[in-house]
Design a protein around this ligand. Structure first.
Ligand code: PLP
Length: 257
């Protein structure tokens, strides 16, 4: 038997709420075998990011070579890239066709305010994305904003989809749309809204990472993008709901995978 293999290219979160750790938990919860390429090491807890060490681009290349040279990777997600040089290394692999079903989570700034990436780095990878998954702040940074209402999310998703990715989903967990969490998916000539009940909890750290990781698992399983995105939204809603009564750390806690 051959477990379905997926890869995350992202940063480490020592508190294990976001980044590589959230991705690997999501992969395992959804029945995939997760492999990982680290781009950066962050010192981080539920209270926020204390320090960031980006890894050298060659170290990222070496990890990609090791994993892609051995495993039959079916889908890939990228998260925090850290530096433009690391983004170039990942974009190089994408350009060479080595990163199938690439989901790009354009990580720029942690909710705590710490910078985790730069727009120029994300832009290098965007054209190779089958799906890009910015939240509202990231969509605003990439388009010149503002992105704070569902109408603005629609405009941003359509503008970003015109810049290379096959699909863009702007996630709206931070926008309260009448008690719902609304995501906007644009691509394939249409734009649609995906709705879920809003889950109010301080345990929401790593929501974007977990969402994009779940999309990658479903793409690896052969789902079409709109089906994969809907399944990922359901997964994140479930993981947020599961953690609603958790008491982990003093700040924004992790999801219940
Ligand atoms: N730390 C790392 C390593 C990440 O990849 C991310 C992902 O977005 C974050 C922190 C930010 O998570 P949040 O915005 O939930 O604080």
């Amino acid at each position: 038997m051959k477990p379905r293999t997926v890869l995350t290219i992202a940063g480490s979160d020592s508190g294990a709420g976001a980044g590589i750790q959230a991705d690997l938990k999501t992969f395992a919860a959804l029945g995939a075998y997760g492999t990982s390429v680290l781009t950066a090491v962050t010192a981080q807890s539920t209270r926020g990011v204390d320090a960031v060490l980006p890894l050298p681009p060659q170290t990222v290349r070496d990890q990609m070579d090791s994993v892609l040279g051995d495993f039959d990777v079916r889908a890939v997600k990228s998260g925090m890239l850290g530096t433009p040089a690391v983004a170039d290394a990942v974009a190089e692999a994408a350009r060479a066709g080595r990163l199938p079903h690439l989901v790009v989570d354009p990580v720029l700034v942690a909710t705590s305010g710490h910078r985790l990436g730069v727009v120029e780095a994300v832009e290098r990878l965007l054209p190779y994305a089958e799906v890009a998954t910015p939240n509202c702040a990231e969509a605003a940074a990439l388009t010149g904003g503002p992105v704070g209402t569902v109408e603005e999310m629609v405009a941003a998703a359509e503008a970003l989809a015109a810049r290379g990715p096959a699909f863009v989903v702007v996630t709206g967990g931070d926008v309260d749309a009448d008690g719902e969490s609304v995501d906007v998916l644009s691509g394939g000539g249409t734009t649609r809204l995906l709705r879920a009940p809003r889950v109010d909890t301080r345990h929401n750290h790593g929501t974007g990472c977990s969402f994009s990781a779940a999309v990658a698992v479903r793409l690896a399983a052969g789902d079409a993008v709109p089906v994969a995105v809907a399944a990922a939204k359901e997964y994140v809603t479930r993981a947020l709901t599961g953690a609603r009564t958790w008491e982990l750390g003093a700040g924004r806690g992790p999801l219940d995978h």
